[in-house]
Design a protein around this ligand. Structure first.
Ligand code: NAD
Length: 287
């Protein structure tokens, strides 16, 4: 099957990046969100990111132009779904919202449309089960920032077909990604390891073992991670991480119990870079 049209649901941190690389890969891409104002902001972001790409010599002006020409936006999920060969969902990490989104899409999309969720931790099998197309459903787990991060984890649910994996692999490669295929398991590879490192870092901060900056410094210089766990958590968003930890705690047990200090940060609204304050302050990004 030739894939031409991709619809991305959600234009937040992840959705706008996924839409950008889809359009850059040559697909006619529709980005859907709940308001025109949110979509306008996402488009501004894509314009700015691709402009930066051109000025850094990472993207040609011609590719940028084609990328922007391939992109459109809308608030009508049913209309955007009806045009899609592949739908990639990137709404917030809330199972009820994902169920609602896929139930609507299942009615609106043609039978051949492949469904993918960008969930960081929720069950693909469970989402697929509320649709009538479980074989045509899988996880496409991108990384933030999507246009820079090479990895794409493809997650097979219980009933995901080999054909669905093949199509998603081709689409992923066309988007410029390196693909790994994994069997569904809470947190997949990366979120599971990442959640435990971040949570342990908060336990250490709470116990006064070292400052946040020194914990980050030690992990970067001693373990050769490109980012420290607190820098990473501020980038991911503390609310998103809270949803992930909550799910891993329920499915994999006590070692994922959220650190009390982490929960306090979430309650304080210190949700990371996107609000201008997380573990660190980002005055220039304050809303
Ligand atoms: N943040 C990360 O680093 C990261 C990495 C990998 C995967 N994910 C996953 O990607 C998903 C999205 O995360 P995010 O960080 O982009 O969240 P986000 O809050 O930045 O963006 C979510 C977007 O979805 C929109 N939305 C909400 N309800 C909607 C609806 N009914 N229809 C259409 N749009 C709707 C919101 O308005 C918002 O723009 C989550 O499942 C998350 O776990 C996040």
């Amino acid at each position: 099957m030739t894939i031409r049209n991709i619809t991305v649901i959600g234009s937040g941190l992840m959705g706008r990046g996924i839409a950008q690389v889809a359009a850059q890969g040559g697909y006619k891409t529709i980005m859907v969100d709940i308001s025109e104002a949110i979509l306008a902001k996402a488009m501004d972001n894509i314009r700015a990111e691709t402009e930066k790409g051109v000025s850094l010599g990472k993207l040609s002006a011609e590719v940028r132009e084609k990328t922007l020409a391939n992109l459109s936006t809308g608030t009508d999920i049913e209309k955007a779904g009806a045009a899609a060969d592949v739908v990639i969902e990137a709404v917030p990490e809330d199972m009820k919202l994902k169920f609602d989104t896929f139930t609507r899409l299942d009615k609106a999309c043609p039978a051949h449309t492949l469904f993918a969720s960008n969930t960081s931790s929720l069950s693909i099998t469970e989402m697929a089960a509320i649709t009538k197309r479980a074989p045509n459903f899988l996880g496409m787990h991108f990384f933030n920032p999507v246009h820079k991060m090479k990895l794409l984890e493809l997650v097979k649910g219980l009933e995901t077909s080999a054909e669905a994996v093949q199509i998603a692999t081709e689409v992923g490669v066309q988007m410029g990604k390196e693909v790994v295929v994994i069997k569904e398991s809470p947190g997949m590879i990366t979120s599971r390891i990442n959640a435990i490192i971040g949570n342990e870092a908060f336990h250490m901060l709470e116990a006064g073992v070292a400052s946040a900056a020194d914990i980050d410094k030690a992990i970067k210089l001693g373990l050769n991670h490109p980012m420290g766990p607190f820098e990473m958590i501020d980038l991911v968003g503390l609310d998103t991480r809270a949803h992930i930890l909550d799910y891993l705690y329920k499915t994999l047990g006590d070692k994922f119990r959220p650190a009390p200090l982490f929960l306090q940060y979430v309650k304080a609204g210190r949700l990371g870079r996107k609000v201008g304050r997380g573990v660190y302050d980002y005055p220039s990004e304050k809303k």
